[in-house]
Design a protein around this ligand. Structure first.
Ligand SMILES: CC(C)(COP(=O)(O)OP(=O)(O)OC[C@H]1O[C@@H](n2cnc3c(N)ncnc32)[C@H](O)[C@@H]1OP(=O)(O)O)[C@@H](O)C(=O)NCCC(=O)NCCS
Length: 290
């Protein structure tokens, strides 16, 4: 039966979530960010479900299914390009808050679900923590309050979402300790890589999630899903971007789709480190050797 790529629907979400969980079960990023002994698949499924709903409203979220079948064989989530220096729209801002409130609700219900945490206060300082909860013994000089920004003041959605995640982290932290999840180490590395690699002021189609069920891999479904958006990017003469959690074989596979290695992201938590691989696809790019 031929495979078709279509927009994710509410009915596809459980299948999409289990495809993501299955394909990422032994993923290096997942193994690093989650403490496997405390990992909660239920919390993870709830979190991915929220992401799916957010992605349906805000991104390009697609599934691959065989004609006439409801089984989700592949999932791809792209974030739309956003011009550099352009502040998020009120709609984006509202959506960030909506996602955040939903995530806080989920965290209150499920807890952290095995996300690895570390002492945040020792090594980092957060501007917002000063401004909102400025107790000198805990947060240091209050002079930094001057540099406080509300999320709507950032021009970059990643910074906005880091802000929101920071608040989330604080609310989840014990009263006398601010924890930083490895998630935020990754977010920092990601922001650095993107500011170095994203040189096109028109922005990039950002491939955020791409998975094909293990049993359906290497049958051309990834190419089909990729083409659904790279064709659009080519028609608009836009660049695409992704961060792969594996060099082998993914860099080679993405190279077949025209992506070229651009930068390594090192996520280091007290010498427990992983590297991710940022790749860029220029419009109409043919196969690349990485
Ligand atoms: C990466 C992934 C999305 C690719 O999807 P796929 O359906 O398996 O890929 P395709 O079958 O469409 O193959 C795409 C190309 O890569 C090549 N390829 C596939 N598997 C390969 C491998 N293991 N090594 C080298 N090349 C490979 C294919 O030959 C094909 O090239 P061609 O079309 O020019 O002949 C899929 O393997 C996957 O979900 N992996 C696990 C999750 C993951 O790592 N996701 C990415 C996170 S960053």
């Amino acid at each position: 039966m031929p495979v078709q790529v279509s927009p994710l629907t509410e009915a596809d979400i459980p299948g999409a979530v289990s495809a993501i969980q299955e394909a990422f079960a032994d993923d290096p990023y997942n193994n690093w960010v989650f403490d496997k002994s405390r990992f909660s698949p239920q919390r993870n499924a709830a979190s991915l479900g929220l992401r799916c709903q957010w992605g349906m409203r805000n991104g390009i979220f697609q599934v691959a299914k065989e004609e006439g079948s409801d089984e989700v064989l592949g999932v791809a989530c792209w974030l739309r390009h956003q011009s550099a220096g352009q502040p998020p729209s009120w709609y984006d801002w509202f959506e960030s808050w909506r996602l955040w409130f939903n995530q806080v609700g989920m965290n209150l219900y499920y807890g952290r679900g095995g996300l690895n945490v570390k002492n945040y206060a020792r090594r980092h300082e957060l501007v917002w923590s000063d401004a909102l909860y400025g107790v000198p013994s805990r947060v240091g000089p209050l002079s930094r309050v001057a540099s406080f920004k509300w999320p709507c003041q950032y021009s970059d959605l990643n910074q906005t979402s880091a802000w929101l995640s920071g608040i989330d982290s604080f609310m989840q932290a014990p009263a006398d300790l601010i924890d930083l999840q490895r998630y935020y180490i990754w977010k920092e590395a990601q922001a650095k890589a993107q500011s170095a690699v994203w040189t096109d002021p028109r922005g990039y189609y950002f491939l955020n999630i791409m998975v094909i069920l293990p049993k359906a891999q290497n049958k051309g479904i990834g190419r089909l899903m990729m083409k659904a958006v790279t064709d659009q990017a080519d028609a608009e003469d836009m660049n695409c971007y992704l961060e792969s959690s594996r060099d082998v074989p993914n860099m080679q596979i993405y190279g077949r789709f025209g992506f070229k290695f651009a930068k390594e992201l090192e996520c280091n938590d007290d010498d427990t480190a992983i590297n991710l691989f940022a790749m860029v696809r220029e419009p109409h790019a043919g196969p690349q050797t990485n």
